[in-house]
Design a protein around this ligand. Structure first.
Ligand SMILES: O=C(O)[C@H](O)COP(=O)(O)O
Length: 250
């Protein structure tokens, strides 16, 4: 059975501060490193041996991946980074506290910005220093492809070429692949893999650093998917992520 494991990064500094992050390159917290360590130990215990790994251009995902591979003694495997695996761009919301934003605009509006399929937050202004066009790391990406904000639909559209042309075909010559990325970029991939309708994807909340395993048969059809870990604990973590966008969660 071929396997792809999707892994959201461990807790970041802005997860802890409950701020919209998107393409902001924030680091892991100590707890985030612990979560990544735990994920690596669990994957090792379950006998995973990755042939290849993919991650984004953002350090919270890169460092999570490095930590996991180190725990597994698999630091040596080929790793490819792509900007296409970056988090959904959160536009002008980036940096704002999620609960304070809900106090100002209401829980429902924040839920739309966080979880709706095709509604994007207000874009960054062209001259905003956070505009990705000013960043060296995106110098090879055509400006027309660099977002100033994104809906999940936009995120899926920029990930899919990379998924279809690079990540998924690599399963033909590999048995196990690890993808370390972000809450929403992974929600986009999961929506595509499981054919989840637009109005149902709103309910999917990914906890930090919990490995999500996808199994494929010899014809590369998805046959099974499951999280590694205690289901009750994972459900609690998912509910906590959902609550981050509510007024009374500070
Ligand atoms: O970009 C962010 O703020 C987080 O990585 C994901 O946030 P969300 O759960 O609010 O979409």
């Amino acid at each position: 059975m071929k396997k792809i494991v999707l892994l959201r990064h461990g807790e970041s500094v802005w997860n802890k501060e409950n701020r919209f992050t998107g393409w902001t390159d924030v680091d892991l917290t100590e707890k985030g490193v612990e979560e990544a360590t735990k994920a690596g130990d669990l994957l090792k215990e379950k006998g995973f041996k990755f042939d290849k790994a993919y991650t984004s251009y953002l350090k919270r995902a890169v460092k999570t991946l490095n930590c996991v591979l180190d725990r597994m003694d698999q630091d040596w495997i080929p790793v490819e980074k792509s900007w296409r695996l970056n988090e959904k761009h959160y536009g002008s919301l980036q940096g704002l506290n999620k609960s304070e934003t809900a106090e100002k605009y209401g829980d429902e509006q924040v839920l739309i910005w966080r979880r709706s399929y095709d509604i994007a937050p207000q874009p960054l202004k062209e001259d905003d220093p956070r505009n990705p066009r000013f960043e060296l790391r995106y110098k090879d990406v055509p400006d027309s492809e660099l977002p100033r904000t994104e809906s999940l639909k936009d995120t899926v559209e920029r990930i899919l070429p990379y998924w279809k042309e690079v990540i998924f075909p690599s399963l033909e010559t590999s048995d196990e692949i690890l993808v370390a990325a972000h809450g929403n970029s992974l929600r986009g991939i999961i929506k595509y893999l499981k054919n989840i309708p637009d109005d149902e994807i709103v309910h999917l909340n990914l906890p930090t650093a919990v490995p999500y395993v996808f199994e494929f048969d010899d014809n590369m059809n998805l046959v099974n998917d499951y999280f590694l870990g205690d289901p009750e604990e994972i459900k609690k973590l998912m509910d906590a992520v959902a609550n981050q966008g509510k007024k009374d969660k500070k």
